[in-house]
Design a protein. Structure first.
Lengths: 120, 150
């Protein structure tokens, strides 16, 4: 019984984290991509595609790792395994997120080329 | 004994989350001004970059807080080997009292605070660097325009 509760808690927390972070990135990343592309329609499309890919990869990853928790005997073990996994997902997402910002920053050095490529 | 471990976790979680939120709120309220300077007054992109950094900060610090929450139980376990009628009987005993609770709690919260402090200093360094770079870029632009006028 406690195993099932742990699985459910893990999946719900991880999905909630994914959706909250994804929504935030979707609404704030828009201006960064707009600055890079200078084309609203194209920016909206790319942004939505990025969000879809992000949800798929993340929730898929969570769904794969749900089964790796294994049997849980006690409350202590349940708290430990859920927090460890949620923490590692959050750390991974954080590293990926700063990586994305760095990539956008590096791309913005070749902004004029990209804007010409998109708008012509 | 395991009751007290659960109590430690229950005490640790709100402290960690509250600490992260307070630090993030103070830091990112003040970094907005730097961002406006870096992006030379463009409100939208400065605000969204600030928000993106805030999300990343929350992810990294809460991720670290949860990742390092697990208490290493072997530190508090004593192993005993006894011979009863020529047969070895090994027993292990977990001693986790109120004293151990406060010791582990303070060491974990302290570790989190040190990591948060390092992250804040790193972000401050990045902000100062960005400010310097954008000032250089603006100076280059100005000198180029002057050259074109001549």
């Amino acid at each position: 019984m406690i195993t099932a509760i742990t699985y459910t808690a893990y999946f719900c927390l991880a999905a909630l984290l994914t959706v909250l972070v994804g929504r935030d990135l979707h609404s704030n990343g828009y201006y960064l991509i707009l600055d890079l592309f200078d084309n609203e329609l194209f920016t909206k499309t790319v942004n939505n595609m990025l969000l879809t890919g992000y949800y798929l990869v993340n929730i898929g990853f969570v769904a794969i790792t749900v089964g790796q928790i294994g049997e849980v005997d006690s409350l202590v073990q349940a708290i430990e395994s859920v927090s460890y996994r949620i923490g590692s997902i959050a750390l991974f997402l954080g590293v990926l997120h700063f990586n994305n910002i760095i990539v956008l920053h590096l791309l913005s050095k070749r902004k004029i080329t990209i804007i010409n490529f998109i708008n012509n | 004994m395991t009751d007290l471990i659960v109590k430690t976790y229950i005490a640790y979680l709100p402290i960690a989350i509250l600490l992260t939120f307070i630090v993030a709120r103070i830091f990112f309220k003040n970094s907005k001004i730097f961002m406006l300077d870096i992006f030379s007054g463009r409100q939208e992109i400065a605000g969204s970059t600030n928000k993106l950094f805030e999300t990343g900060f929350y992810l990294l610090s809460l991720g670290f807080a949860l990742f390092s929450m697990k208490i290493n139980k072997s530190e508090f376990t004593t192993f005993k080997n006894e011979f009863v009628d020529g047969v070895r009987v090994s027993t292990e005993e977990l001693s986790f009292g109120m004293q151990e609770l406060f010791e582990t709690l303070s060491s974990k919260v302290g570790m989190l605070a040190v990591v948060l402090g390092l992250m804040v200093f790193f972000l401050m360094f990045m902000l100062f660097r960005g400010k310097k770079k954008s000032a250089e870029g603006r100076a280059n632009k100005l000198s180029l325009e002057k050259l074109q006028q001549i």
